[in-house]
Design a protein around this ligand. Structure first.
Ligand SMILES: [Zn+2]
Length: 302
């Protein structure tokens, strides 16, 4: 299990090369080594998977693992993230298994959400609530930093499912399967269904991945929202088209400093709600998912 590599050591040239070097000169496909731990590796051409372009890169040969200390070893990377994680939000169970404690994240997300002022006051004196909010934002920041690293790692591993057996997710003393936690555009309808069925006391943050379709400023709310591109649709037995949509509310001004723009692929981790709205006599139903963001670490640009 490994992270895809953007460079390799070429024995032919005696130096470090990048994927475009191999695309230009086929003979460089042979004699490639990991730049970090020297195992034999191989070249992978650009290709499409799940409607996404997977760029050319270098990958491990079947059956040959990177050394444990190598930066391209997935387990090694998870171990590093766990060591750096505050309050053991990613906690080690044994040498090859970790527990992502979503309860911590959920609690501080909830606190920050509940303490957020509905309308901004310009000259307000700090209240107890605001001080408490400041503290919970501090915790949230470090929990989300860990979350962000996990999402980033998931994005660069050779096989997205690689992390699943390594990182177990728990919330409110219950295990949460990865398939109920992380959703790509093909599975927005599954996310909607999951949110609909989840009992109030079982609620937890989920991750949604997608491409930014538009980023309008909503005057009435005084904030920007992100609309992601529609997810995979479905047509029911009565010929009604189910269209899943995701709207992301940016509740912190810092979020607009991230340089978000149309066409970017992002992943976010948030408490989400769902609803259904009917298209006007058009045979369409919109399955809306709404996510609230309060912190810049809730979003990852992939
Ligand atoms: Zn290596």
């Amino acid at each position: 299990m490994a992270v895809a590599m953007e460079k390799a050591f070429s024995k032919t040239l005696g130096k470090i090369i990048v994927p475009t070097d191999v695309s230009r000169d086929d003979s460089l496909r042979k004699g490639l080594l990991c730049t970090d731990c020297n195992i034999d590796i191989t070249f992978r051409i650009e290709h499409e998977r799940n409607m996404r372009i997977i760029p050319a890169g270098f990958i491990r040969k079947k059956g040959i693992e990177h050394k444990a200390s190598c930066r391209y070893n997935t387990l090694g990377q998870v171990t590093i993230i766990a060591k750096d994680s505050d309050d053991n939000v990613l906690e080690s169970i044994n040498d090859s298994k970790f527990n992502l404690r979503l309860t911590l994240l959920h609690k501080s997300l909830n606190q920050v959400a509940n303490n957020s002022p509905k309308h901004e006051m310009k000259h307000s004196i700090p209240t107890i609530n605001q001080e408490r909010n400041y503290q919970s934002k501090g915790n949230l920041s470090s929990y989300l930093a860990t979350m962000k690293k996990i999402i980033e790692l998931r994005n660069i591993v050779e096989d997205k499912k690689e992390l699943h057996p390594m990182v177990e997710i728990s919330c409110h003393n219950r295990k949460v399967k990865w398939e109920y936690f992380y959703y790509e555009p093909e599975r927005y309808l599954n996310a909607h269904k999951y949110l609909e069925k989840l009992k109030w006391e079982e609620r937890h943050p989920i991750c949604i991945e997608g491409v930014i379709h538009e980023l309008p400023y909503i005057e009435k709310l005084g904030k920007h929202i992100i609309n992601l591109q529609w997810g995979k649709t479905k047509i029911n037995s009565e010929n009604i088209k189910y269209i899943p949509t995701v709207s992301v509310f940016l509740n912190d001004k810092e979020l607009m400093k991230l340089g978000l723009q149309k066409g970017q692929r992002i992943a976010l981790c948030a408490l989400c709600t769902q609803g259904i709205s009917k298209g006007k006599g058009t045979g369409r139903e919109f399955f809306n998912i709404k996510a609230e963001l309060y912190h810049k670490n809730q979003i990852v640009i992939l």
